[in-house]
Design a binder for this molecule. Structure first.
Ligand code: ADP
Length: 502
């Protein structure tokens, strides 16, 4: 049979997120041809607890994939490969003999193990150990304490695990295991680095941490590079033999999809919260400013492990939702740009959205939000503008923390996520950071990243240079305001932030 030219083939990205699963069809030019999205249920058994039914994750993902394949008449000959990106840290344990999970997946947001983490990691010695080995600040967020909770709580789980009868995986691992017909139990380095059990310097599961959390090594997946062969599809109803050749956690996939392949390159995703990553090359910088160090997804020809500094903002787009849903100040998120531009400044108003405490660099879980500087002249437009500015100030705080850890200023910031559509916000951010902001035309960077990792591994795309050339012209934002003005405003932000900590 004649071989099908690359241009008539596609890569499929499976983008498994916290609230929905998507299958994204990407062509050789790096364009999104089509996308099928299936939401699934969020389960809240108690305040602070968040679960997903593993079968919901699976069926929403496979349902989206099947619909995409059927709609476009795709076969194993026309799909070059599959790449997976996923919500990170979410924890599953299942029985490989039956494929049955022992309980619901414990979602990254779930706080049920906060006390357990305090119990196990409370001492400064253990905190330092975890920081040094994993690059993380001990938290219930990461998988380690979630696995321990399952082993301690689900009847028979520990005994079955010790007998070698149960497997652990993050969502990528669960999907790979099911899609390959139970043949492959593997994860990639970027997902492993978020478990709090992986030694990011030695690139292995860490025996000391496994002992600390009392987790048997036999349940852990094999850790592979992000761009490489994981297995082939073997699932009823799907074309057999499509290779899965790219896997990364969602934020690392977005960094890759933004073509941040070199040290010094950074991206920020403006979603419900923000996730900012700065590529630091083969240098695993240990932050002095409460940022975490994480392994990035690298191209297949990079022999060494590469790292990023990561910082997150808990409340970003969520503040805009709050203005809309709780205060009723706006009807749509999109109108905030126009409203903010309708006034020349906030009239001295600052909003610090510390609804759930302050993240990096402050790390003050007990801080609570404040609106400061209100006068009788404060209008709706001032408040809306102050909310958007708050998003930008929080990112500037992260950027400054990253610069201080690495010793150099940010040259450019690649942006994506829902709120990156806001032109006022982007211009204010560029004014504040004093560096170039690049907004790609295709902001589906997470799926692109997963697809790029898969397609580089098979040779569908030849190199990262080819991928950079695929990027359509970006919209660029550069500083227009005076540096002095921005410094003065930023000082005012810090005054307001300090108040929330009092
Ligand atoms: P997530 O993936 O975290 O669910 P998205 O990337 O889809 O988030 O972005 C949605 C968030 O962005 C919402 O919180 C919404 O309030 C905010 N948002 C969307 N459009 C705009 C806009 N034009 N201006 C400001 N915020 C916006």
């Amino acid at each position: 049979m004649a071989t099908i030219p690359q241009h008539d083939k596609y890569v499929i990205a499976l983008d498994q997120g916290t609230t929905s699963s998507r299958a994204v069809l990407i062509n050789h030019e790096g364009r999104v041809v089509d996308l099928v999205q299936r939401p699934f249920a969020q389960i809240y058994p108690q305040p602070g607890w968040v679960e997903h039914n593993p079968q919901d994750i699976l069926f929403s993902q496979i349902g989206a994939l099947t619909e995409l394949i059927t709609k476009h008449g795709l076969t194993a000959d026309t799909v070059d490969s599959i790449g997976i990106d996923n919500q990170r840290e979410t924890t599953l344990v299942w029985d490989p003999a039956t494929g049955a999970p022992v309980c619901n997946a414990i979602v990254w947001q779930c706080r049920r193990t906060s006390e357990l983490v305090e119990e196990i990691c409370g001492s400064s010695r253990v905190k330092e150990l975890i920081r040094k080995k994993c690059g993380l600040l001990p938290d219930a967020y990461f998988s380690a304490s979630k696995i321990r909770w399952i082993l301690d709580t689900v009847a028979g789980a520990r005994e079955r695990t010790e007998a070698g009868d149960l497997l652990f995986g993050t969502v990528d691992t669960w999907l790979i295991w099911v899609l390959t017909g139970g043949l492959v139990h593997a994860t990639d380095v970027s997902n492993a680095s978020r478990t709090m059990l992986y030694n990011i310097h030695e690139n292995c599961w860490d025996k000391e941490l496994l002992a600390l959390f009392d987790i048997p090594e036999c349940m852990l997946p094999e850790v592979r590079r992000s761009s490489g062969f994981f297995g082939e599809t073997s699932y009823p109803g799907l074309p057999a033999g499509i290779p899965i050749t790219g896997v990364a956690g969602d934020q690392q996939a977005a960094l890759f999809g933004q073509c941040c392949f070199e040290p010094g390159q950074a991206k920020n995703t403006y979603g419900t919260g923000c996730f900012m990553l700065l590529h630091t090359g083969t240098n695993a910088h240990m932050s002095k400013n409460n940022l975490v160090t994480t392994i990035v997804a690298s191209p297949p020809n990079q022999p060494k492990t590469e790292y990023a500094l990561e910082g997150s903002v808990f409340v970003a787009g969520a503040l805009i939702q709050w203005l809309r849903d709780e205060l009723g100040l706006i009807q749509t998120a999109a109108e905030t740009s126009y409203l903010a531009k309708s006034v020349s400044d906030t009239g001295g108003v600052y909003i610090v959205p510390a609804f759930t405490g302050l993240g990096a660099p402050w790390w003050q879980p007990d801080a609570r939000g404040e609106i400061t500087g209100l006068t009788r002249g404060t209008t709706r437009a001032h408040l809306v503008r102050a909310a958007l500015e708050a998003l930008a100030y929080q990112i500037k705080d992260l950027a400054d923390a990253m610069s201080s850890d690495c010793g150099h200023e940010l040259a450019a910031l690649n942006v994506d996520g829902g709120a990156s559509a806001n032109n006022f916000l982007m211009q204010f951010q560029a004014d504040l950071l004093g560096c170039t902001l690049r907004r790609p035309q295709n902001t589906e960077t997470t799926s692109l990243g997963a697809a790029y990792l898969a397609g580089l591994s098979t040779g569908y795309w030849s190199s990262t240079e080819e991928l950079k050339a695929l990027r359509q012209s970006d919209e660029i934002f550069v500083r227009k305001a005076s540096e002095k003005t921005m410094e003065r405003l930023f000082d005012g932000w810090h005054v307001a932030v300090r108040r929330t900590m009092q």
